[in-house]
Design a binder for this molecule. Structure first.
Ligand SMILES: [Zn+2]
Length: 550
């Protein structure tokens, strides 16, 4: 007898193949495909009186079926592989207490059964033991500075083994963490010995199960690493057959040069290249995806293994300190706070933002403080949702005072992209979906709760930008292939039983900038390792998830 059976649904199997009828079962965490059990009582579409997605629960509306212990009536629904979110910052979300439960649950509620964290150069490991303390003080992904940093992948995996979670988690090795864990936060080149140590720690982590190397070349200390340093590290990733995943050195006016640097790193290292949250942001770069996507297609035609991901919104989200010039962050958070207290240093920052600094992205100079709003400031809840420009006085002073009051930990939302660029990236055949969700309290970017339903509902069904099957493929099979997650991202006999069941006519994101954690509509069930973790749109409380490795 099967553990679970979904009857009467149409299957989007993750390969991009056309929808077809199949009954999908699960036994011991693996998929068992059965021929369709004949026309469902309701036929293909939801008939009048059929259970609404929100009222949908295990066994609801179905007859007892001798084939399985739990039966989900999938009439009118689509069953697909669980979504693989290739770009998250959920590294530590499940390690914290119940006050973060709603944030930690948002991804699985939108159908994500595997999250890939360790992105943008920031992971929770590895570091030399003598650097651990310093890293914990400066970590960019911190919840009020409490984020743990581990010596190695084993420490990271062990911490997660003791923290129940609904979905699975895989992690990249962040270059920024690796650099801070060996060199510290200084603005200088790594010595040949230090680079050797970094390569050794990276190799150990990849051998232990990390899924690739990531960089965040706009963030300190990653930005202090030059092209040659990244080539040396990406060469280690190449030896393990893992991708080089990059938040480019510039996603604004100099995005094309930054893309060429990434291509050079891939060419010289031999690593596969994956461009994170591809965008051309800021008014000087709007429309530039016509050129960057053509360049990516050209590189692929030339034999380079290159892909990218995107989130379906025209606003981004990052830390407020990243709005300041790189030298302001030299030495880590304590040094930044010291500079912010000094009026002369603030004047230098004001000047750098107004005039620009060669090689620095300068988000504010490309947009303006009126396009940047506070997403998370734990000690100043009343400011969340307001723009920096609206805080009063000079905006650099307002930003500086807020950073000082929050110990450097402020998350912002930046309205910086144009809709045609987002659509162009989404439609490209080599683009997968990554939410870039940042699980911070306050008003986080709604992408953490809306990304996947928004692609399926708004962009596929309403706008017709891509077919449902193609959208599902970008969220599943394509992502599993890129990150080497064998047996995931596809529904076939013996695959891992990570599944979603959704109403194709109703699936939609509900999360907004004002109310960012509203769960999606039309997500009937989410199954992880054969166990329903969401049913009738609500979490079941089951925690079958864990760390997964390529
Ligand atoms: Zn990033």
């Amino acid at each position: 007898m099967l553990d679970l059976l979904i009857t009467g649904a149409r299957l989007a199997d993750g390969t991009g193949a056309p929808l077809h009828r199949a009954d999908v079962g699960a036994l011991d965490g693996r998929v068992v495909l059965l021929p369709p059990s004949g026309p469902s009582p309701h036929g293909y579409g939801p008939a009048p009186g059929s259970p609404s997605p929100q009222g949908y629960a295990p066994g609801a509306g179905s007859q007892p079926d001798p084939r399985a212990r739990v039966v989900l009536d999938g009439a009118g629904m689509v069953v697909a592989p669980g979504f693989i979110d290739v770009h998250t910052h959920s590294d530590a979300a499940s390690l914290f207490g119940p006050e973060f439960a709603e944030l930690a649950a948002a991804p699985v509620r939108m159908g994500v059964t595997t999250e890939i964290c360790g992105n943008c150069g920031s992971s929770l490991f590895p570091a030399l033991p003598e650097r651990l303390e310093e890293l914990s003080r400066s970590s960019r992904t911190s919840f009020g500075g409490r984020v743990p940093i581990f010596r190695d992948f084993a420490g990271f995996a062990e911490a997660h083994a003791g923290a129940p979670r609904a979905n699975h988690l895989a992690s990249l090795v962040g270059h920024g963490t690796l650099r801070a864990g060996v060199v510290g936060y200084e603005d200088r080149a790594a010595s040949p010995y230090e680079l050797d140590v970094m390569c050794g720690l990276l190799g150990d982590a990849l051998a232990a199960g990390a899924a690739g190397l990531s960089t965040g070349l706009i963030y300190t200390p990653g930005t202090y690493g030059g092209t040659d340093e990244v080539v040396a590290l990406a060469s280690v990733a190449a030896r393990y057959g893992r991708p080089y995943v990059t938040h480019l050195r510039d996603e604004m006016a100099r995005v094309e040069e930054a893309l060429e640097e990434a291509a050079e790193i891939a060419r010289r290292s031999g690593a596969a290249l994956h461009v994170s949250h591809h965008k051309t942001a800021g008014r000087h770069a709007w429309g530039r995806t016509e050129r960057t996507l053509a360049r990516l297609a050209e590189l692929r035609a030339g034999g380079m293994d290159v892909t990218c991901d995107v989130y379906p919104y025209t606003a981004g989200s990052t830390s407020l300190s990243a709005m300041l010039p790189p030298w302001a962050n030299d030495g880590g958070t304590p040094a930044l706070l010291e500079r912010l207290r000094d009026p002369a240093q603030r004047d230098r920052m004001r000047h750098a933002i107004a005039e620009g600094v060669p090689g620095w992205e300068n988000t504010v100079g490309n947009g303006g403080w009126d396009l940047i709003s506070v997403a998370s400031a734990v000690g100043h809840r009343e400011l969340e949702g307001r723009t920096i420009a609206s805080l009063g006085g000079d905006p650099v002073d307002a930003a500086a005072e807020l950073l000082l009051a929050e110990g450097g930990q402020v998350t912002i939302i930046s309205h910086s992209m144009r809709e045609d660029d987002v659509r162009r990236v989404l439609a490209a055949e080599f683009t997968m979906i990554g939410s870039d969700g940042v699980p911070k309290p306050g008003r986080p970017h709604p992408r953490i709760a809306g990304t996947f339903p928004r692609v399926l509902g708004h962009y596929a069904r309403e706008e017709g930008l891509l077919s449902l099957e193609a959208a599902v493929h970008k969220m599943t099979g394509m992502a599993a292939g890129r990150f080497g997650l064998a047996g995931r991202g596809v529904v076939r006999d013996g695959a891992h039983a990570d599944l979603v069941v959704f109403d194709p006519a109703a699936i939609a994101d509900a999360a907004t900038y004002a109310d960012p954690l509203l769960p999606p509509r039309g997500m009937a069930a989410v199954v992880v390792a054969g166990e329903p973790t969401v049913a009738g749109g609500e979490p079941t409380g089951a925690t079958p998830g864990g760390i997964v490795t390529p």
